[in-house]
Design a protein around this ligand. Structure first.
Ligand code: TXA
Ligand code: MG
Length: 317
């Protein structure tokens, strides 16, 4: 575990440069970072996570100005980048065909697709690490594939402790759900609801953003079926506590809840608490005991929360 001070960040940057895996905090969740130029390092991410190679990774940059080295950023994408970077927005953009050889990303990052997912995180430790490393860092969420994303350094160690060189401890992630992912078809398409509310994107563009349709060419793998899943079975829309289950409440009037995502009904607070609460209840659950979650309004960050909860409750493959 490294401290987020100058020494810790310098050590983390050196490890990345040596092709090692380093987990680090972002405003959304902890990422499992590797040098995005280095094929062997990127391959290690897939191995450590147990992640299928056809599921591409997000490339993290210190500065929005670096995006044009790797991808074509124009029109609506450029407007969104200037409005929301640094921040919880990932843009899936065409790879630059004429990229400088120095700007060659490992093809494993985009899983052979002609696009790349880019994000500039809004977190002082992530920014400090990216600046100290001085290059692009590929980073999925720092959890084993299919399990709950980590929002604290201890969560990372629980899932990946033996498999990584270090984790930089930046405390709890303030947003708590992964970034919103937007692709272009060429019209903007929501690939994953996340930490930036879709309404903010629609306000910026002055148009509605279509949700991803099943079977879309730009549908990214790893976005459906069971994911973010605790060991305990999860049931949704529990307005009252189901007998025998651990009840995860939301809002006032959840007497008897084992935990409450936000007793004032604040969706921002609920998102920040979501993954830690699921881990906590999973640890408390007796074998076979269910986690039952109160209804969450489906707007703002509620869309990302409901998306993650639906996957947590999806039939296990
Ligand atoms: O908040 C976040 O986005 C966190 C932090 C660490 O930045 N990262 C994260 O990464 O959630 P991950 O790998 O768990 O999710 C990335 C998603 C995957 O569902 C992947 O399929 C999609 O991004 N993705 C990556 N590149 C893509 C591409 N070229 N086209 C479509 N989808 C892509
Ligand atoms: Mg993930």
């Amino acid at each position: 575990m490294l401290k987020p001070d100058a020494d810790g960040l310098a050590r983390a940057a050196t490890l990345l440069g040596a092709g090692e895996l380093v987990a680090f905090p972002t405003e959304t969740v902890y990422g499992l970072g590797a040098d995005a130029h280095n094929d062997r390092a990127v391959a290690r991410i897939f191995e450590a996570k147990g992640r299928p190679h056809f599921n591409p990774l997000i490339v993290h940059l210190a500065d929005a100005a670096h995006a044009a080295r790797y991808a074509v950023l124009d029109g609506a994408a450029e407007r969104l980048a200037s409005a929301f970077w640094p921040g919880a927005l990932t843009l899936v953009l065409p790879l630059r065909p004429d990229a400088d050889p120095d700007a060659r990303l490992s093809p494993l990052v985009s899983a052979g697709l002609p696009t790349v997912a880019l994000r500039v995180p809004d977190h002082p430790v992530a920014h400090g690490l990216l600046a100290a490393f001085g290059g692009p860092v590929a980073a999925p969420s720092a959890n084993r594939s299919g399990s709950i994303s980590p929002t604290r350094a201890a969560h990372v160690l629980q899932g990946l402790g033996e498999r990584i060189a270090a984790v930089v401890d930046g405390g709890a992630c303030p947003v708590g759900v992964e970034s919103t992912i937007l692709g272009f078809d060429p019209a903007p398409v929501l690939l994953r609801p996340g930490g930036l509310p879709t309404e903010a994107i629609e306000d910026c563009l002055g148009r509605r953003v279509a949700p991803r349709r099943a079977g879309d060419a730009i549908t990214s793998p790893g976005q459906l079926s069971s994911h973010y899943a605790p060991d305990a079975p999860v049931v949704l829309e529990a307005a009252t506590p189901p007998p025998g289950a651990l009840w995860l409440g939301f809002g006032s009037g959840c007497d008897g809840a084992a935990l409450n995502l936000s007793s004032t009904g604040d969706l921002v607070e609920a998102a920040a608490n979501l993954f830690h609460a699921l881990r906590e209840l999973d640890a408390r659950a007796e074998p076979g005991q269910r986690i039952a979650v109160a209804p969450i309004p489906d707007h703002g960050l509620g869309r990302a929360i409901n998306d993650r909860l639906r996957r947590a409750a999806a039939p296990r493959g």
